[in-house]
Design a protein around this ligand. Sequence first.
Ligand code: FNR
Length: 379
Amino acid sequence: PPLDTLLNLDEIEAAATSQISKKCWAYYFSASDDLHTKTLNNLAYRAILLRPRIFIDVTHANTSTTLLGHRVSTPLYVSPAAMARLAHPDGEAGIARGVARFGALQLVSHNASMTPEQIVADAAPGQLFGWQLYVQTNRAKSEAMLARIARMPERYKCVVLTLDAPVPSKREDDERAALEVRGVVEAARSPAVVGEGGKPAVDAGVGKKLFFGTAADLTWETTLPWLVKHTALPIVLKGIQTHEDAFLAARYARKHPGTVKAIILSNHGGRSLDTSPPAVHTLLEIRKYCPEVFDTIEVWVDGGVRRGTDIVKALCLGAKAVGVGRAALWGLGAGGWKGVDRTFEILQGEIETCMKMMGAKDLSELGPRFINTRAVERD
Ligand code: FNR
């Protein structure tokens, strides 16, 4: 279907599903065990009600903000998600092109299907990226990657350390589609995906590491000092799911200025531990038990975003930025870089409509007075 006939993210997902391979669909769609957390990620937003104020001049709504000190025109960013070329040969570079018009930060997965250099090569001037790290058992490999990222300082502005997937989870849709390492790489190279005579979709250096996963022995005491030694970039800890760990991250940031600058409340889109909490719950916990975290480090969230209202609600709860993982991949599957552009056009439009309907002219005005969270605050 023509992209401009797709009106929401469900329709983008349906359009992508009809065009991508079954294996690609299984890989993107799947989550762990019974998909409770994946489902709840979105339901938690729906359970929050908005409290719009009226009689306010909302001719303009300003969605610009700063992330890690860099000006961006939207709080919406791209979460790191592996293997974009499974959906479309435009791949991660296509996501970059698709979000360019919206000035959204793009976090590039450790397991991207293109090299970090290829992804930024044609990016619009001023477009910002972060690079996501799965610490390898062989630390020298990770150190070499960090050195590569450090060579592109005008592009890569942070290192995102993912911590919520220390071991593989059980993803039954993937298993059913017999998706294993070789399967992914072969599917990504298939002519149906990359086009006849197309270059291999997976860069040998990056793609082969896929699913070899992260080391399981990471700790506050050993891993952060190691990482700080090997990158000068701000560190973003991804996969925080409790107020206890948010507190520890903020404490580390206070003790070691210039290291950890942000956390991402995330459960990996429900792909790691099923029945782990949605970001909304973790935001509420932090508000209750350690609200100073919000003043110490930036709190970003991802998981389950389908509507602009979801994004605005997260911002009202204290998030500085909100990421989408699958939405960008579905956009890519629905129409390459233009599908990503359409996806972000929809979300950005919905953010602005929501703000105006609520009487908020600027992101800085958003706060708890705009939401009713009674239905998600049972503890
Ligand atoms: C992911 N995610 C992820 N996270 C990460 O840190 N490194 C990675 O390589 C990947 N890979 C990945 C692949 C796919 C197909 C998905 C769907 C997700 C998790 C991602 O960054 C993010 O946390 C979730 O996708 C957010 O949830 P939504 O927006 O997909 O609901």
